[in-house]
Design a protein around this ligand. Structure first.
Ligand code: ZN
Length: 146
């Protein structure tokens, strides 16, 4: 069972890890507890546990949260840019291919990983879970989920 105090996380082996805000670890793919290990094995695949502090990532379930943030804050402005390019400049098809495809890749795929990492770190720091599932979680994973 993990304990905590005001400034540190304390793991089951007595290791003490300085508490950090989610935005200092997750967007960089770093473990939200130790800030040294990694969250991901591939581009978006979450590890089973942190290789440094052993934090079990079973809690990590951002679901479609990263996609929502990407759509709202990156993809929509990117599409608006492409539409405005057509309206204002009426460029040829090759310009849309040369500009539009990279804009869509930059605004949809690249932000997914840092946003997913940030949401996972925020889940850990705030101990967030789906509303009403605390009893189910305790039944499936024991009394404490960390
Ligand atoms: Zn760690």
């Amino acid at each position: 069972m993990e304990q905590e105090n005001e400034t540190h996380w304390v793991d089951q082996h007595g290791g003490r890890w300085e508490k950090r805000p989610a935005h200092e670890t997750g967007p960089f793919g770093r473990c939200p507890r130790c800030a040294q290990g990694h969250i991901f094995t591939g581009f978006l695949t979450v590890r089973d546990h942190c290789e440094v502090c052993g934090l079990n990532y079973d809690f990590a379930d951002p679901a479609d949260g990263p996609a929502v943030f990407v759509q709202l804050f990156a993809c929509v402005p990117g599409v608006i840019f492409i539409v405005m390019l057509e309206i204002l400049a009426r460029p040829g098809l090759w310009v849309h291919l040369a500009v539009g495809v990279p804009v869509l890749i930059l605004t949809t795929i690249l932000p997914l990983r840092p946003i997913k990492g940030w949401l996972i770190a925020a889940q850990f720091v705030t101990r967030a879970q789906e509303a009403g599932t605390a009893d189910l979680w305790a039944k499936l994973h024991g009394a404490d989920r960390r």
